[in-house]
Design a protein around this ligand. Structure first.
Ligand SMILES: *[C@@H]1O[C@H](CO)[C@@H](O)[C@H](O)[C@H]1NC(C)=O
Ligand SMILES: *[C@@H]1O[C@H](CO)[C@@H](O)[C@H](O)[C@H]1NC(C)=O
Length: 431
C-alpha cells in the first residue's frame, strides 16, 4: 500500500536486462524488488546500489555506477548491476540493513555482502570481482603464489589437502570475502623457509613474515582471521580504520597533515613504524599501528581539533580513545604511553553512549556545514534544515512512547527525514 505508481522501466528479456540493467529498479518499488528477488536465478550475482533521491553523494556516484555497469559487462563478468531507490520502502532498507546512502550490496547465492570501502570505480570493481569469484582461490604453482604474494599486503592461505579445517576455512571465507581474498595452496608451492608444524594449516603471510593458526592458542578460526587480517603497521584512511574496529585491537595512530608532511610528522611516523616492528611480540596482541594523513576523521571521533602531528590510541569497538599525558618525542615516551593504555593508568575518553553519539553527530554536522556556510550561505541553510528535521522527528519519537520494535523507524527517520514527514499522516491512521 506504500507503493505509489512505481514503474519498472526495464525488466523485459534477459537480454535487455543485461544490456541496460542500470535502470532495472529505477523507481524502486518494494513489491517489485522482492518479486525480483524471487524470480532472479539462483546463480545470478547482482551488485545493487541503494540510493536516496535527496542524497548528493548518490548523485556523484551515478556516472561511476554507469561505468561500472558497462565495464563489468565488457569484461564478461557474471555480475549484473542495478540500482534501487531505497526511500520508496523502509522495509527494503531494513531487509538490507542499510544505514547510509548510497549503500552498495552484492547478492550472491543467498548471501548479502555490504560494501563499505571508498566509492570509487576501482575499489568497487575490485570488490565486485573479489566477491563474485570463488570463495577460495587455488594457487597451484610457485609462480602464481609469488605473484599473488607481491600483490597483497596480507595473504590468507589454507595449506594442505581437503579436511574438516578446510570446511571451516571456506565458511569463514563466505563471510569475510567481503573484506579480503582467501587462498589455498599445496605445501610445495610455499617458500622452503616456511615451516609448518603440521598439515593442514592456515597461514597468514604479512609484515614480511607469516603466522600459523593454532586452535589451542588462537581460538575460533573466524575471530583469528578477523583479528589478524590487517598489516601490523599501515597507512590508514577512515574506511580502513572503521573496518579495523572488527579486529577488536586498539589502533595506535600518528595523525599528520593531509598534504605536505612536516619534519615532525615524518619523525613521528618513523617512530611509530619502528616501535611497531621492534616490539611486535609484546604489542601485536593488543595493538595495530598506523599513520593517518588528515585529521578530519579523528576530529570527528574526539569532537575537537587535534593538533597535528599527534599520537592517539583509538578503541574502535566503543569509539573510545586515549591521549598521551605529555609530549611523545622518544621511543621511551611512546612505550610509556602504550603501557599506560594497557595497564589502565591512562584514562580512556570518549565512548559510544547515546549521549556521546548524539554529540558526535551534531559535531560532524557542524563540521560539515561550517565550510559550506562560508562559501554558499543559501545552500548551507538548506543543508541545515535537514538535521533540523531529523531533530524534530526524533523529538516526536521521544515524546511518543514507542514499542521496542519501532527502533528501526528511528533509524529510518535519520536516513530519510522527508520520507518520515510524508508518512506522518499514515502513522496516525494506524495508531
Ligand atoms: C570448525 O567448525 C566446527 C563446526 O562448526 C567447530 O566445532 C570447530 O570449533 C571449528 N574449528 C575451528 C578451528 O574454528
Ligand atoms: C575497548 O572497547 C571494548 C568494547 O567496549 C572494551 O571491551 C575494551 O575493554 C576496550 N579496551 C580498552 C583498552 O579500553
Amino acid at each position: 500500500m506504500l507503493d505509489r505508481s512505481n514503474t519498472l522501466l526495464l525488466s523485459g528479456t534477459s537480454h535487455t536486462r543485461l544490456h541496460s540493467c542500470l535502470y532495472l529498479f529505477c523507481s524502486g518499488s518494494v513489491f517489485l524488488f522482492f518479486s525480483f528477488l524471487k524470480t532472479k536465478g539462483d546463480d545470478e550475482i547482482w551488485l545493487i546500489e541503494f540510493y536516496a533521491p535527496w542524497c548528493p553523494v548518490c548523485e556523484q556516484l551515478d556516472p561511476v555506477w554507469h561505468q561500472i555497469g558497462s565495464e563489468l559487462r565488457s569484461l564478461g563478468s557474471p555480475v549484473h548491476v542495478g540500482k534501487s531507490d531505497a526511500t520508496a520502502s523502509k522495509d527494503l532498507s531494513k531487509e538490507f540493513k542499510i544505514l547510509s546512502f548510497p549503500a552498495i550490496v552484492m547478492l550472491k547465492k543467498d548471501m548479502k555482502y555490504i560494501y563499505s570501502g571508498p566509492k570509487t570505480k576501482d575499489e568497487i570493481m575490485e570488490f565486485a570481482n573479489r566477491v563474485s569469484g570463488p570463495l577460495v582461490r587455488h594457487l597451484s604453482s610457485v609462480q602464481l603464489f609469488q605473484h599473488v604474494r607481491t600483490r597483497h599486503d596480507v595473504m590468507i592461505v589454507y595449506v594442505g589437502a581437503t579436511s574438516p579445517l578446510k570446511g571451516n576455512f571456506t565458511s569463514v571465507a563466505e563471510t569475510l570475502i567481503v573484506h579480503t581474498f582467501f587462498f589455498s595452496a599445496p605445501r610445495d608451492v610455499l617458500p622452503k623457509e616456511v615451516s609448518l608444524p603440521s598439515l593442514p594449516a592456515v597461514v597468514i603471510f604479512k609484515d614480511g613474515t607469516y603466522f600459523t593458526f593454532n586452535e589451542e592458542h588462537d581460538g575460533d578460526l573466524q575471530s583469528w582471521i578477523n583479528r589478524e587480517r590487517f598489516p601490523n603497521y599501515n597507512q590508514i584512511d577512515g574506511y580502513t580504520l572503521y573496518a579495523m574496529g572488527e579486529s577488536g585491537k586498539l589502533v595506535v595512530l600518528v595523525v599528520a597533515e593531509e598534504k605536505s608532511l612536516s619534519q615532525e610528522s615524518l619523525r613521528y611516523k618513523s617512530l611509530v613504524e619502528k616501535v611497531s616492528a621492534d616490539y611486535r611480540e609484546i604489542y601485536s596482541r593488543n595493538f595495530y599501528f598506523g599513520f593517518m594523513k588528515g585529521s578530519e576523521y579523528i576530529d570527528g571521533l574526539v569532537m575537537g581539533e587535534l593538533s597535528v602531528p599527534s599520537f592517539i590510541v583509538v578503541n574502535l569497538s566503543n569509539d573510545g580513545f586515549f591521549m598521551p599525558l605529555g609530549a611523545v618525542q622518544t621511543e621511551r615516551h611512546l612505550l610509556d604511553f602504550l603501557n599506560g593504555v594497557l595497564d589502565g593508568s591512562i584514562q580512556g575518553q570518549g565512548g559510544n553512549s547515546i549521549d556521546l553519539r548524539a554529540q558526535r553527530l551534531l559535531y560532524n554536522i557542524k563540521a560539515t556545514v561550517k565550510p559550506v556556510f562560508v562559501r554558499a550561505p543559501l545552500y548551507a541553510c538548506f543543508l541545515l534544515s535537514l538535521p533540523l528535521l531529523v531533530m524534530v522527528v526524533l523529538f516526536r519519537l521521544c515524546r511518543k512512547k514507542l514499542p521496542p520494535s519501532a527502533d528501526a523507524d528511528g533509524d529510518g527517520a535519520l536516513l530519510d527525514p522527508s520520507l518520515r514527514r510524508r508518512r506522518k499522516p499514515m502513522d496516525k491512521k494506524s495508531d
